[in-house]
Design a protein around this ligand. Structure first.
Ligand SMILES: Nc1ncnc2c1ncn2[C@@H]1O[C@H](COP(=O)(O)OP(=O)(O)OP(=O)(O)O)[C@@H](O)[C@H]1O
Length: 564
């Protein structure tokens, strides 16, 4: 299931785009009215030889000019309002799609890439609907109207103007295509720079610790040079193309005037028609040119749509319709799992966890402990076999009921750049006294000593707190939601053993079923059931004492890996 099928255009956006088109059509209509008015005004003035007969027409001409300007202004205003509305819709949809996305797909995304695509390509697609398409419809209407009006003035000059129009459009067609190509190169090199900046900022501590600044500057230098080169080439092509306009704008009307003069001399057209043609011919050509650019923009939009679809079309996670009631039992039946781009990590696992169990999962590093527990809250889905909860396949439960009852806390879960309170509640309402109780339960007495207590803002990813403090806040976030099954994946690895001991004592009194991954023997020993994994399979199962007796691997892990 893809999440990308969101509607960029809502009813109000379509309505605004239609109104924008209508305004542009009205502007085109009053533009064409000026053509006929100028012709009749000039001819009448020449015929009557009275300047006064010209004044009324000038006034009307000004009214039409004013109306053209007003409708153009209205169109720009509505198009700008539509742009902002659609962009808000796009950004909101992107966030929603990302939060609904499958965890594996989400991990593949790159923040820098998403941001540039959302802001650059997204903006382009939006302006297509808010201005390019209305402009194309209205300008085509305007061209049609001008052709009709010019035809009435003189079919011969119209024919000449039309025959000359390719001279105006075609010299620009090849540079325009080149502009499109260079624009794509420029966007892609800019995207690489943004990606690099994003990663450099998040990895600043690593870069400093390893004294790698020089190499990062150099690498960034290469990327910025590439970006500058592509930008320069783009500006060059654009400038060369634009320099053609004054030439064509100057040349073509002169040709029309020369031919008109010839037709006046032959008395085939009136002076009014010729002046009107001369006055409006560049508007006619620029309208044709606009139609041409709009068509190219629409053709080009495919690339932008594809680029944005890549970050919008993420596979969505799909839950079932059943609500998970009280947790009684989880059983893994012949469960295997492998990441899409790798081999099998977990093979044919048969594990049973009952309500009230205290289970520890032990294995060497990289054996798949975190992967295994990520199957329990459906961050991941088995590639073979099935997981039953209360005898019902886990997929049949709604994700929200499952994740309310089974909460996974990981050592690297982040804090957001907001207050401690918000980080625990995640903006949900909880009674103040419960919040205080949970903070005490997680040994968070350091909070009181902070400048603003629970209202202290912790910085990006919680950088203002120590690792142990951060982990205790993350734990409080889980405990305040009273999970029936609490999974702790190295969740207190940064907390000292003594404090961890106190926290666990309280957790075990309050939470019925606890599953632990830890490198501390004191923590592991609290489990009544320890599962030892080896090569993706269950090697042994039992209490610490039983395993010390029967499992050589467990003895080895205890000796070499578990902190005593
Ligand atoms: N998103 C992913 N895509 C591909 N492979 C992954 C992904 N996450 C983990 N792996 C691989 O799966 C294997 C198991 O990783 P996992 O994190 O589950 O191990 P672990 O036992 O928890 O390790 P540790 O004790 O070091 O935390 C590793 O070989 C790892 O490279």
């Amino acid at each position: 299931m893809k999440t990308g099928k969101f509607r960029l255009l809502r009813k109000n956006h379509i309505a605004l785009a239609v109104l924008t088109t209508a305004s542009l059509v009205a502007s085109g209509f009053f533009y064409s009215r000026r053509v006929t008015l100028l012709q009749s005004a000039v001819d009448r003035a020449i015929h009557s030889k009275e300047l006064s007969s010209f004044l009324g027409d000038i006034l009307l001409f000004l009214v039409f000019l004013l109306l053209t300007i007003i409708f153009d202004f209205l169109a720009s205003f509505m198009s700008a309002v539509n742009n902002v509305g659609m962009f808000k819709n796009l950004v909101r949809s992107q966030i929603r799609l990302m939060l609904d996305a499958d965890m594996l797909e989400l991990k593949k995304q790159n923040t820098g890439e998403i941001i540039t695509r959302m802001f650059d390509d997204g903006w382009y697609i939006i302006s297509l609907y808010s201005s390019t398409i209305p402009d194309l419809v209205a300008t085509s209407f305007k061209v049609g109207l001008l052709v009709f009006v010019f035809y009435q003035l003189s079919p011969r000059i119209l024919l000449i103007a039309l025959l000359l129009s390719p001279l105006y459009s075609f010299p620009l067609s090849s540079p325009r295509r080149r502009i499109m190509e260079h624009q794509e190169k420029e966007r892609s090199s800019f995207e690489k720079c943004v990606k690099f900046i994003n990663e450099t900022l998040s990895g600043a501590a690593v870069i400093k610790a390893f004294e790698s600044k020089r190499f990062f500057y150099k690498e960034f230098g290469k990327l910025t040079n590439l970006w500058l080169n592509t930008s320069n080439t783009l500006f060059n092509v654009v400038a060369k193309t634009e320099s053609l306009y004054p030439f064509l704008n100057g040349l073509l009307p002169i040709l029309v005037v020369a031919l008109s003069s010839f037709l006046i001399a032959k008395k085939e057209i009136t002076i009014g028609s010729a002046i009107s043609f001369f006055y409006f011919i560049s508007g006619f050509y620029s309208s044709i040119s606009n139609v041409y650019s709009s068509v190219l923009d629409i053709m080009r939009s495919r690339t932008y749509k594809e680029r944005i679809s890549e970050v919008m079309e993420l596979s969505a996670e799909k839950g079932g319709g059943k609500e998970l009631g009280d947790f009684k039992q989880m059983s893994l039946q012949n469960v295997s799992f492998g990441y899409p781009d790798g081999g099998e990590i977990l093979t044919d696992l048969n594990i049973k966890i009952d309500a009230g169990d205290r289970v520890a999962i032990v294995a060497s590093s990289g054996e798949g402990k975190s992967t295994l527990v990520s199957l329990f809250n459906r961050f991941l889905t088995p590639t073979k076999g099935q997981i039953l909860i209360n005898d019902i396949p886990i997929e049949q439960y709604s994700l929200s009921s499952l994740r309310k009852k089974i909460i996974l806390v990981r050592s690297n879960d982040i804090l957001f750049d907001t207050t401690i309170k918000n980080n625990i509640t995640l903006f949900e309402d909880f009674p103040e006294d419960e919040l205080e109780r949970i903070l005490r339960m997680c040994e968070c007495d350091f909070v009181e000593k902070l400048e603003n207590g629970i209202h202290t803002v912790v910085g990006e990813r919680g950088t203002k707190l120590s690792d142990g403090q951060r982990q205790r806040i993350v734990l409080a976030r889980a405990l305040i939601r009273k999970p029936q099954v609490l999974i702790l994946d190295e969740a207190t690895s940064g907390v000292d053993s003594e404090t961890e001991e106190k926290i666990f004592e309280k957790i075990l009194k309050e939470i019925n079923t606890v599953i632990i991954i830890s490198h501390r023997l004191s923590t592991i020993r609290k489990a009544k059931k320890i599962i030892v994994l080896n090569n993706g399979r269950v090697e042994a199962e039992g209490t610490h004492e039983e395993l010390m007796e029967k499992s050589p691997l467990y003895r080895e892990i205890v000796r070499s890996q578990l902190e005593v």
